[in-house]
Design a binder for this molecule. Structure first.
Ligand SMILES: Cc1cc2nc3c(=O)[nH]c(=O)nc-3n(C[C@H](O)[C@H](O)[C@H](O)COP(=O)(O)OP(=O)(O)OC[C@H]3O[C@@H](n4cnc5c(N)ncnc54)[C@H](O)[C@@H]3O)c2cc1C
Length: 296
């Protein structure tokens, strides 16, 4: 998707070329037309700058901006989707795949910054959604839970290090833990909505209980439509009827459900810090090279 934030830095598209053509024409037809040419150049430049400003993103990379909460939906125990309004009804939050937003609450004079990966996609205009898992003692998630519609929250972004390129892997293994599914879902959405991206995907999604599996219906629905997406769930506290894997993600699960470690395939991991630490060690033991792995 075009990065509209840089439009003003790329005047070649609509400013330099028309100006050169007008000045060239003036030289050919006579300098007496110069005042008309200058007037025309002013109109062209003003129009281009106006259009660029109109299309510019209301989310700023470094400057905090206030966004109004317009909807809040509880989707699972302790988990909600928060919808924030963008400046324009036709604006789409165009952030790179796997990147996230920084969210800031000033609490007792201290800025508390946490990161959230939008789950809305390039077809959602006028708003963006974040899915948030709440923690009883969570500094920021408790404040988010107390928000009423109409109140605002500070965000900036995009932030992130993943440089996802279509077909950068033949097969992509995705391992998510809990709310770590959010950036992983962005990667999946990016692949399945790009007809030129032929990456095969294997998702291994770990949770405590079956009830904690966030967005399960959506994931299963996508998997039923895209044969190139395989999904395996694992829970640490299964019920008697549970048919998925049991326990934390371990070496056996990676060998069984992740793509072959052959240099052409990659693994992306997102979850709580302890999970990432453990999986970094396991994947290293399994011979995965650092450049084939990405830890969010
Ligand atoms: C790149 C990135 C993207 C993220 N995207 C999302 C997202 O889309 N949705 C989302 O809900 N969260 C996401 N997170 C986590 C989020 O940034 C916060 O860390 C989380 O919301 C907790 O913030 P808090 O201030 O409420 O908790 P804190 O006050 O920071 O922590 C309080 C207590 O909560 C518990 N806790 C906090 N975080 C976790 C965790 N991840 N796993 C287990 N226990 C935890 C711990 O017991 C901790 O001691 C992301 C984090 C990163 C780094």
């Amino acid at each position: 998707m075009e990065d509209k934030r840089h439009l003003l830095k790329q005047p070649l598209h609509g400013i330099y070329i028309p100006i050169l053509l007008i000045l060239g024409g003036t030289l050919i037809f006579g300098v007496e037309y110069l005042p008309y040419s200058i007037a025309f150049i002013v109109i062209v430049c003003s129009t281009q700058i106006f259009l660029a400003l109109k299309r510019a993103s209301s989310m700023h990379k470094t400057k905090w901006q206030d966004f109004e909460l317009i909807d809040k939906t509880i989707i699972a125990p302790m988990t909600s989707i928060y919808r924030f309004k963008l400046a324009r009804d036709d604006e789409v939050l165009d952030i790179p795949t796997g990147h996230h937003l920084a969210c800031c609450f000033t609490i007792n004079g201290k800025d508390e910054v946490r990161y959230y990966s939008p789950i809305s996609n390039q077809f959602d205009a006028g708003f963006f959604d974040i899915l948030v898992k709440h923690y009883e003692k969570g500094v920021v998630t408790r404040r988010l839970a107390q928000l009423a519609e109409g109140q605002t929250v500070k965000f900036r972004g995009p932030v992130g290090n993943l440089d996802y390129q279509p077909n950068m892997a033949k097969e992509l293994g995705l391992i998510a833990g809990g709310s770590g599914i959010t950036p992983i879902l962005q990667v999946i959405t990016s692949i399945i909505t790009n007809p030129d991206d032929h990456t095969k995907i294997s998702l291994l999604f770990a949770n405590e209980t079956e009830k904690d599996i966030l967005l399960r219906a959506e994931i299963d629905e996508i998997a039923s439509r895209y044969p190139d997406l395989k999904v395996q769930y694992t829970v640490t506290r299964p019920t008697d009827s549970w048919k998925g894997s049991v326990g934390y993600v371990n070496k056996e699960m990676i060998e069984k459900f992740m793509p072959e470690n052959n240099g052409a395939n990659r693994i992306f991991i997102c979850g709580p810090p302890e999970m990432k630490k453990s999986l970094a060690k396991i994947t290293e033991e399994l011979g995965w090279q650092k450049d084939s792995l990405f830890l969010f």
